[in-house]
Write a protein that binds this ligand. Structure first.
Ligand SMILES: NC(=O)c1ccc[n+]([C@@H]2O[C@H](COP(=O)([O-])OP(=O)(O)OC[C@H]3O[C@@H](n4cnc5c(N)ncnc54)[C@H](O)[C@@H]3O)[C@@H](O)[C@H]2O)c1
Length: 429
């Protein structure tokens, strides 16, 4: 463990809050974690980790003496000046960011000249200004405010914390911004110190751009299917241009997760509410929704009607190495298959419990081989390493039909074909 450093509070112990807490504890801070979910706090106090994130359990255990869990914000307020807010900001029915949890925290904070609220949650540009105005109106103007958006990726969140591409600190040039910069200084990451509104916009713009890149390559893949080109070759050739880069050019069955869709929608509506029509983002969202459904057309093209057909889904989480099912492409795909009358079996190495809550109608199997048994077709939905490395001859032998849709373009078509399966990728020849 590193030597003692500035203690911090973390309010909200989900994916972002727990990683932030574990990361700063590892760097030497005492961390006072607060959550309104009493059961979660009880489990964390017992050393149980309520989410799956590689390495998190070990890091929390290694720093257990520095980590404190409570449902009471006053415990964090007593012990720490810097209060990181990492509560959820899900979309409302209108698509705006729901700031209820953020506002609840703001309402609960007392007046103080020695504390700072550090916003890790993703919030619309202008939220920091509003919160600071609320503090002033309520006679709590002494509370400092810093926007410190989070860029971690579930599945590699600890690495992203320890070795971030950049740290963004948006503040008013006061002690709190300096303290946050100091807290992150051991990471030696590029620092973007800026104003609060720009920091808020950096986060939304980054996610909107990544989502745009995915929808772009997915549309290229769809055109490849019509024209005989192979999107893998195209992405390779395009990505070598260093103005573009190779990352996020993997065509597939659409992006999921809790962040991209909601942040694209929040940015679109933020723009609209400010009088600007952000046209490009409408297309990004629409392309993604259509992409999730294209697999159904592929299956229909091969199998005809899907009523009574047995379809096996391999992987359900929105991406590998997480149990997070929020926004997962599997949700849309499974719902469409069931609506067409298909019988759907599924396997995910980690996310089954979460998936069951959202899709109780699926037949869950405890192995990939179980999910493909007697299937007319199978779809690789999430590219878990375990699934990429399957024995495809065994898979082929267990199926009734022979169609494999590789929804992530992650398998070698020749290997799969050699096993006796009919390979269908996304935008591949
Ligand atoms: N998950 C990601 O990959 C990721 C990455 C970057 C940024 N973000 C952003 O970070 C924020 C948190 O995301 P998450 O995925 O960690 O959410 P999450 O849903 O996993 O966790 C949120 C936690 O906040 C708690 N909470 C809600 N209201 C509270 C209150 N009033 N007081 C204390 N705790 C409260 C909830 O019980 C929950 O444990 C969101 O704004 C999200 O957009 C998420």
């Amino acid at each position: 463990m590193s030597p003692a450093r500035e203690p911090i509070g973390v309010i909200g112990t989900g994916y972002v809050g727990l990683v932030t807490a574990a990361g700063f504890a590892e760097l030497g801070s005492e961390v006072w974690c607060v959550d309104i979910d009493a059961e979660k706090i009880e489990r964390l106090s017992r050393g149980e980790v309520p989410i799956f994130e590689p390495g998190l359990e070990d890091l929390l255990a290694r720093n257990a003496e520095r980590l404190h869990f409570s449902t009471e914000p006053k415990d964090a307020l007593e012990q720490a000046q810097l209060l990181f807010i990492a509560v959820g900001t899900p979309p409302t029915h209108s698509g705006d960011a729901d700031l209820t949890a953020v506002n609840d925290v703001v309402d609960e904070l007392p007046g103080s000249d020695r504390h700072a609220l550090i916003m890790k949650s993703t919030v619309p540009c202008g939220t920091g200004a509003t919160i600071q105005r609320i503090f002033r109106d309520r006679g709590k103007g002494g509370m400092a405010y810093v926007s410190c958006p989070e860029f971690l990726k579930e599945g590699s969140a600890l690495k992203d914390f320890m070795d971030p591409d950049r740290v963004v600190v948006g503040d008013n040039g006061d002690w709190a911004g300096d303290a946050v910069v100091e807290l992150y200084s051991p990471l030696k990451a590029p620092l973007v110190r800026t104003d609060v509104a720009s920091a808020e916009m950096i986060k939304l713009a980054a996610n909107a751009f990544l989502a745009t890149k995915i929808s772009f390559i997915n549309e290229i893949a769809n055109v490849c299917e019509e024209t005989g080109a192979d999107v893998i070759e195209v992405a390779r050739g395009v990505g070598l241009d260093d103005r573009i880069g190779p990352k996020f050019l993997q065509a597939g069955i659409g992006f999921g997760g809790s962040c991209f869709s909601k942040d694209v929608s929040a940015l679109k509506l933020l723009a609209a509410n400010s009088g600007y029509h952000f046209q490009l983002l409408n297309a990004v969202t629409e392309v993604n929704e259509l992409q999730k459904r294209r697999v159904v057309s592929k299956l229909q093209r091969h199998l005809g009607g899907l009523a009574g057909k047995r379809i096996g889904l391999l992987g359900l989480a929105f991406k590998p190495e997480t149990d997070d099912m929020r926004g997962a492409s599997s949700l849309v795909l499974a719902a469409r298959l069931l609506a067409e009358g298909a019988v759907v079996s599924a396997y995910d190495p980690i996310a089954e419990d979460e998936a069951r809550k959202l899709m109780p109608q699926l037949a869950y199997r405890d192995s990939a081989f179980g999910a493909v048994q007697d299937a007319d077709a199978i779809v690789l939905v999430t590219e878990w390493e375990e699934l990429r490395a399957l024995d495809w001859s065994e898979v082929s032998g267990r199926m009734r039909g022979d169609l494999l849709v590789d929804g992530r373009n992650t398998l070698d078509p020749e290997t799969v074909r050699a096993a006796g399966l009919h390979y269908e990728g996304i935008g591949r020849r």
